[in-house]
Design a protein around this ligand. Structure first.
Ligand code: THG
Length: 269
């Protein structure tokens, strides 16, 4: 399971404040803590507050790289912000470009841009692609799978290794009215997406979206995480500092025969 630590995101007040104050220490502490907790990647998202998104992502990337060599997951829907982050990213540590839909009304070629930037950055830079297109986020199983198939096909046509693709079926808050069927739909879509390539494409998701606005955030996140791992989820953007959530990852991997059972499997993980 390749975990992406979610905390360096301007959506969190401490990060937003650190960006406003240019206070590196807060960002660097989060980088080190998440790495120690088991993050293979650190998500880097400037949020909406910073006026200069390109300069801010560069400041975040450079601040983090001063204290650790963890791979970074550049998180922006804007190709120019990703490109700015890539300019300062140490791609030898690995990386992820997060994220592009299949296409957009305002930018039909957006996925090509992300795949081209990753290809140019080197073999260790992967891409998260959303099962979303110019019509928005699908609410049914079949459209999600169809978009995922088009994503895989596009990668193959461009000669972009499908093992460098992380397909994200987009989990949204379960609390939103009429959205309660979606977690189940996403599980069913994932069960099919696994068969779009051999070996299967990687799958990831921004797990914490699911529980936004609820009173049982960690519980909702960890139950769904276990379910999703059973359908082939092999990466997730999560709160790696949540110990109970990390125990669910370890236990799910052990039960799926991805980690060997021992009496100390939690400790080993
Ligand atoms: N897919 C991909 N990337 C993503 C997402 C996704 N990146 C961003 C997001 N979704 C994943 N990261 C988060 C980070 C924080 C929260 C949710 C998802 C979150 N934050 C608190 C909140 O809104 O309640 C912030 C408040 C606070 O605690 O300070 O829930 O889906 N590819």
């Amino acid at each position: 399971m390749q975990l992406i630590g979610e905390r360096i995101n301007g959506m969190f007040l401490d990060v937003k404040q650190a960006i406003a104050d240019q206070d590196k220490k807060v960002i660097q502490d989060l980088a080190i803590k998440q790495t120690k907790a088991g993050a293979a990647y650190l998500d880097v998202n400037v949020g909406t507050a910073a006026a200069d998104q390109e300069g801010t992502i560069q400041w975040l990337v450079e601040s983090i790289q001063e204290v650790c060599q963890t791979a970074l997951c550049l998180d922006s829907q804007k190709p120019n912000v990703i490109a700015a982050g890539l300019k300062v990213l140490n791609a030898d540590n690995g990386g992820m470009l997060n994220s592009s839909p299949l296409n957009k009304k305002s930018d039909e070629e957006i996925l090509d841009k992300y795949l081209d930037m990753a290809a140019q950055a080197g073999p260790k830079v992967n891409v998260i692609t959303l099962t979303m297109d110019k019509n928005g986020v699908p609410q049914d199983i079949d459209t999600r799978v169809a978009i995922a198939a088009e994503i895989v096909q596009k990668a193959m046509e461009k000669g972009f290794d499908t093992q460098r693709l992380f397909i994200d079926p987009i989990i949204l808050p379960v609390k939103v009215p009429n959205a309660q069927a979606q977690p189940g739909n996403i599980l069913d879509a994932m069960a099919q997406i696994q068969f779009l390539a051999d070996p299967p494409p990687h799958m990831t998701m921004g797990l914490s979206n699911l529980s936004q606005g609820t009173n049982e955030r960690s519980l909702i996140n960890r139950v769904f995480l276990a379910m999703a791992i059973s359908r082939g989820l092999d990466s997730a953007i999560v709160e790696v500092l949540d110990k109970e959530l990390m125990d669910v990852v370890a236990t799910s991997e052990m039960l799926m025969n991805k980690q060997i059972y021992s009496d100390s499997f939690l400790k080993v993980f």
